[in-house]
Design a binder for this molecule. Structure first.
Ligand SMILES: [Cu+2]
Length: 178
């Protein structure tokens, strides 16, 4: 029994400590935990931000929008398979955050879309993002940028650039012997 009591005590401590460690932000009702963005390749004009939104209140809320100095426009997006093709689009009416529940924004799922990036997102940098909730109002979060390898979803993107290196007329095939 003593071991169990110890474990329960430890679990309680972790539960208390985690919100403080996770760079959370927000009101008593809504907290935003572990926000992060994926680094973007040079020239990219869009980026995505992920996080966990926790609602401790007994009232449902909605994430209706966001803004940031680093992008011209910020939208709340979802990914959906339509006609066998994965597509993303803005969630009309905002992303519902259930009462006493949480919603995870993650790659291939809900995300905050940065449109018109003013500069690429570089790993190790941070930027601020203001989230707007229907009931909780504005919540500002600091978003750390993680390396592109954070998820394998982008694997293969690098190949596309390489294919355009073959200029017509360039290369050995053009050398003619006279
Ligand atoms: Cu998107």
């Amino acid at each position: 029994m003593r071991t169990f009591a110890k474990l329960a005590g430890a679990a309680l401590l972790i539960a208390i400590a985690v919100p403080a460690l996770a760079q959370g932000a927000g009101t008593a009702a809504i907290t935003v935990e572990q926000p992060w963005a994926r680094a973007t390749p040079g020239g990219a004009i869009t980026g995505a931000v992920y996080m966990t939104v926790d609602n401790k209140s007994g009232t449902a809320d909605r994430l209706t929008g966001a803004s940031s100095d680093i992008a011209e426009k910020v939208q709340i997006h979802e990914m959906k398979v339509e006609n066998g093709v994965m597509q993303m689009r803005e969630i009309s009416g905002g992303l519902p955050i259930p009462a006493k529940g949480s919603v995870v924004l993650k790659p291939m799922s809900y995300h905050v879309m940065l449109i018109g990036l003013k500069k690429p997102l570089a790993a190790g940098e941070k930027f601020s993002l203001t989230l707007t909730f229907a009931k909780a109002g504005n919540i500002a979060v600091t978003v750390p940028v993680q390396a592109m390898a954070a998820t394998p979803a982008d694997g293969g993107m690098g190949n596309m650039g390489g294919m355009q290196d073959k200029k017509p007329g360039g290369g050995m095939g053009n050398m003619e012997m006279k």
